[in-house]
Design a protein. Structure first.
Length: 303
């Protein structure tokens, strides 16, 4: 007996319509989808309409001069995006078409842990080139243009597998000279730290702990009306701390080398959040490069 056609093929006679739908869902408009695919806007509209008739559901809610995904449209868009991403990675693996491994990570993680050991990581990846993609806000990862990413989270991410690297443990750090000037050490209280000059990083859209979060762990809050300067990335905050201009928050694994070299010292209690630093990658993604990266990071965080 001949095998039956897949239900997907029976439901949708032309699978290209899923690609048109995916482009419309990602771009937010039929016109933009047409520009991406090299189609006129009416052709995109016809393909979407025929897909809706095949499925018997309305995928977009039509409004004046715009269309928005319906409930079923959102569900199908997420499924199509995951399926296409999985197929793209599988094709890349079996054809070896992409010899560049894209690893996304926050700038602080890269500067303190990865860049000083870059030669070792490149050896672990073998013949594949490495591209470090440094992102500031997790929303930047929504484009899925990476093979693996280091992120700080406690939440599952649909379509991705994860493995924890280390817990988010955060403590205030300063140069030994500034600590002595402020009479602070690792036994100082959070209230003592609050009275000192604090170095802030813009927390908008960033998942890791801020001074507000750290102080809340000790039932404290930032002093109202106290002026402050915010920096836009963690390496800049660390540079200011190393220059003796204030107290920074330090993540245990990220600053341990600086502490071991007596460039910074702990000046208050440790707060542990419910989040982990973790490595994430597309579900079912395999390959020697990913396996080598996981082994390399496991050895790194357990040094």
């Amino acid at each position: 007996m001949a095998p039956r056609p897949r239900p997907l093929v029976s439901s949708i006679d032309r699978l290209q319509r899923l690609a048109v739908f995916d482009a419309a869902a990602r771009n937010g408009s039929f016109s933009a989808a047409g520009r991406e695919l090299g189609l006129a806007q009416p052709a995109v509209t016809r393909q979407i309409q025929r897909l809706e008739r095949s499925l018997g559901v309305e995928l977009f809610v039509r409004q004046t001069n715009r269309s928005a995904l319906s409930g079923p449209g959102h569900a199908l868009a997420a499924a199509v995006d995951n399926a296409f991403t999985l197929l793209e990675h599988a094709i890349s693996d079996i054809t070896d078409a992409d010899d560049i491994f894209v690893l996304a990570m926050p700038p602080g993680f890269a500067q303190q842990l990865v860049v000083p050991r870059l030669d070792s990581l490149q050896r672990a990846l073998g013949d594949r080139d490495l591209r470090l993609w440094l992102y500031d806000r997790e929303s930047e990862l929504n484009d899925n243009h990476f093979d693996a990413a280091v992120r700080v989270s406690n939440a599952a991410w649909t379509g991705y597998d994860t493995t924890p690297l280390f817990a988010e443990q955060v403590m205030p750090v300063a140069t030994p000279a500034l600590a002595a000037e402020l009479n602070l050490d690792e036994h100082s209280s959070a209230k003592d730290v609050l009275a000192a000059p604090l170095l802030h990083m813009d927390a908008t859209g960033r998942p890791w702990m801020s001074w507000t979060d750290w102080l809340q762990s000790f039932d404290l809050s930032l002093t109202p009306g106290r002026r402050r300067v915010e920096f836009n990335n963690y390496p800049t905050v660390l540079q200011q701390a190393l220059a003796g201009r204030g107290i920074a928050l330090g993540w245990s694994k990220l600053v341990e080398d600086l502490i071991a070299d007596d460039l910074l010292c702990i000046v208050g209690p440790v707060a542990t959040s419910h989040r982990d630093y973790q490595l994430t990658w597309p579900t079912r993604r395999t390959g020697a490069a990913l396996s080598s990266l996981r082994d390399w990071l496991d050895e790194l965080v357990n040094e």
